[in-house]
Design a protein around this ligand. Sequence first.
Ligand code: NDP
Length: 343
Amino acid sequence: ITVFVSGATGFIALHVVDDLLKAGYKVIGSGRSQEKNDGLLKKFGNHPNLSMEIVKDIAAPGAFDEIFQKHGKQIKVVLHTASPFHFQTTDFEKDLLIPAVNGTKSILEAIKKYAADTVEKVVVTSSVAALATPEDMGNTSTVLTEKSWNRDTWESCLANAVAAYCGSKKFAEQAAWDFLKENQSNVKFTLSTVNPGYVFGPQMFADSLKNGVNTSSSIVAELVHSKVGSQFFNYSGSFIDVRDVSKAHLAAFEKPESAGERLVLSEDLFCSQDILDTLNEEFSQLKGKIAVGEPGSGPSFLEKSSCKLDNSKTKKLLGFKFYNFKNCIVDTASQMLEVQKET
Ligand code: NDP
C-alpha cells in the first residue's frame, strides 16, 4: 500500500513517515526543495520504500497535480499535513489562510482529477485551533469536543497572527469536509481529520533542533533556555505528544471507524508554568539557572484562564494511552539539552 504524505519534512510528519515505514507501507512524501528532500532521504538511510517529490508552494494553483498525475494510480492513502504554522507575518491572508485553504483544496482536486478510483482514505492534519477561537480557548465556561467549531469568520480572524493561524486551520478543514460533500459521486475516499492541541515531544531527528525549532516546540525551548528570574509568557491550552499524533495519523486511515471522524488529540491541559515546574524538578542541571515563576500555580492559573476539553470519543476510538505530561516534557527537554551540549 502506498501512502502520500504532504509536508513530509515537518516536525509531525517526520514521525508519521517513520511510523509508516516501520509498518511496511510505501511512502511518497513532498518537501519544498530538492535539498530538503535529499536531506530527508538521507536521514531515513535511503529507505527503499521511501521517495520524495517537490511541492515548492502548496498555495500555487494545481500544486499537487503533477504528483498525482505521475503516482496517482498507486496512491491509496493521502495524509495532508503541510500547512504554514508560524506567526512571523503581517500578511495573514497571503502567508497563513490562503496556503492552508488552497493547499487542502488543491490536493483534493488532484485526487479527483488523477486518482479518483485509487485513493481510498484521506487524512487532513487539522488542529484544536479549528475547534475554537483564541478567545473561546481562554473562556472557562467553554467545553470543546469533536463537534466544536472555531467561530471566527475570515474577516474576524485577521485580527492578529494567532487568530489568523487558528482561522487557517478552521477554513482548511472546512474546505475538506465541503469538498467531500460536493464530490460524493466523483471520488471514493473517506475523510478523517486529526486535530491535535499543542504538540510537544522529541524531534524525530535531533539535528532538526540545530536550524531553528518548529513553533510548538519553541514553547519548551524558550523555557529550557530561559534565565533565572526572567519573565515568561504563560501559554495555556491542551497538549499531546508528537509520537501519539503520529500514531493517530495511522489509526485515522487504518481503523474503519475513523472514517468521517475528527480525532481530537489532547492528553490534558497545561500551561508554561507546569513546563517550568517539570524542568526545575527533573533536570538538576537546570535548577537555579532557568526561570521559576510560581511553582505549583499552574492548576489554579488554568482554572481561571482556560476552557475545558472533552475528547473521550476520540480516546475510545483510538484505544491507546497517550504520553503523559511529565514523560512528554522530559523527553522533549532532554533532547534539547543533548543537542545544546554538542554545539
Ligand atoms: P512544521 O512547520 O514542522 O511542518 C509544516 C510543514 O508544512 C513543513 O514541512 C513545511 O515546509 C510545510 N509547509 C508550510 N507551508 C508550506 C507551503 N506554503 N508550501 C509547501 N509546504 C509548506 O509544523 P508541524 O509539524 O507542527 O505541523 C504539521 C501540521 O500539523 C500543520 O498542518 C499544523 O497546522 C498542524 N498542527 C500542529 C500543531 C503543533 O502544535 N505542532 C498542533 C495542531 C496542528 P517547510 O518547513 O519547508 O516550510
